[in-house]
Design a protein around this ligand. Structure first.
Ligand code: URA
Length: 237
């Protein structure tokens, strides 16, 4: 199974078992041991590996104008139209219609639950282009004093930094990177609106250990085994 899943060549997998590095359901693996990849927990060097060939993990660079639902009654393009519904994957969380960037799609329900539930505190990274300049006062408000979004406490971002600024014909524009670990609707737009810096463009660039990297808009790819393992580790699976 390890070689089929691309974790190691057949010989290397045998060597790993010989060295006692492979554990199945809490017990050292034996040669020729059969496993049910959907049920059994397999660990290599203490790290869980997902071997279920039925599990799909796709990363899409969502373009603006595409919606993150399975079906749109108005007939607009959905993220599933891009990846093909035959994959039977579902989006992990939502990006607004106008938001671009990293969207994970999977049929792994437990992983989806943990990545989206605020108690697991998975960091999401966004890059936003906003109108105006962003000085120390705005940064302090976003990361220290917090912004009133109608909750019991002011909302505080995990981190915010300025990546660049430019003067355009319509005034100053600033590019900021924000990290947050919660996902109320329109969170980033609302945060920046509240400090009077309306969002002109919003891109999600990271989700926990996953990074968007250089992917053309509207394209998607399978996650690597290493990326899936890193997500599992992130949420304690
Ligand atoms: N915050 C937003 O405002 N929009 C998104 O799509 C995601 C986070």
């Amino acid at each position: 199974m390890l070689s089929e899943a691309g974790i190691a060549s057949r010989r290397a997998a045998e060597e790993m078992i010989r060295q006692g590095r492979v554990v199945i359901n809490g017990r050292l693996a034996e040669f020729g041991q059969r496993i049910d990849p959907a049920e059994d927990r397999v660990e290599v060097d203490g790290r869980r590996v997902q071997l279920d060939p039925e599990k799909r993990y796709l990363m899409l660079n969502k373009p603006a104008g595409v919606i993150t639902t399975s079906k749109d009654p108005e007939g607009r393009t959905t993220v599933l139209d891009i990846v093909g519904v035959h994959d039977r994957v579902f989006p992990v969380g939502r990006l607004d219609i106008g938001t671009e960037g990293l969207l994970l799609l999977t049929n792994d329900g437990e992983l989806t639950h943990r990545l989206t539930h605020p108690s697991f505190e998975v960091t999401k990274t966004y890059v936003a282009e906003v109108a105006g300049t962003v000085g120390k006062g705005v940064l302090r408000k976003l990361t220290d004093t917090g912004v009133d979004l109608g909750g019991s406490e002011p909302f505080v971002a995990d981190s915010v930094k300025v990546l660049g600024a430019r003067k355009g014909p319509g005034g100053n524009r600033t590019v900021v990177q924000l990290e947050v670990h919660e996902g109320p609707t329109h969170l980033v737009r609302r945060l920046l609106e509240a400090v009077d810096r309306p969002v002109l463009r919003l891109v999600r660039t990271g989700m926990g250990p996953l990074k968007l990297g250089r992917m053309a808009s509207g394209t998607y790819r399978n996650l690597t085994q290493g990326e899936v393992d890193a997500l599992y580790r992130e949420v304690g699976l």
